[in-house]
Design a protein around this ligand. Sequence first.
Ligand SMILES: [Zn+2]
Length: 173
Amino acid sequence: MEIGAVSEKTEQPLSLHTIDSLEFARTGRLLKGVVKLAQLSRLADQLLDINGSLSMKLQGKHEAGRSLLHMQITGQLVVQCQRCLAGVSLPVQVDNVLQLIGAGEDWPDEELMDDQMDAIEADAALNVSDLIESEVLLALPPAPRHEDCELPLAAVNNHGSVAFSALAALKKH
Ligand SMILES: [Zn+2]
């Protein structure tokens, strides 16, 4: 993974692939960088254009006895409109706090957690790109569509085939 990692709090280069999540949170570390879409294979499978990248910022925090990771991801993705099958450009705006649960620690009651917080298992070798990918996949709408999708109905009527109109739509864009 080519995360261009920089640390604003220390001059030490951060590991580009994995972090010790509890240590990262406890010491309030910061990881910022850019991840190419082509390197996120599970996500790339769902995209019509994998030439872009996502910007990410991961901030470790320790608050009220809890170890937290604040993950922010921004960027633009091109997915397939489920109606006309052409590309839809979707902004990505992930802003989530993850609570790390260490070995032997109790998992918090889901219903008591606020909506912007999830719990994940603490990992001494947490793969940052996997985490980014999972967060973005969770944020994607299950059936993306153009806001005002114009399926070329005339093409459906003339040729009696939705597949044909979908092809036409793909060529048009
Ligand atoms: Zn559409």
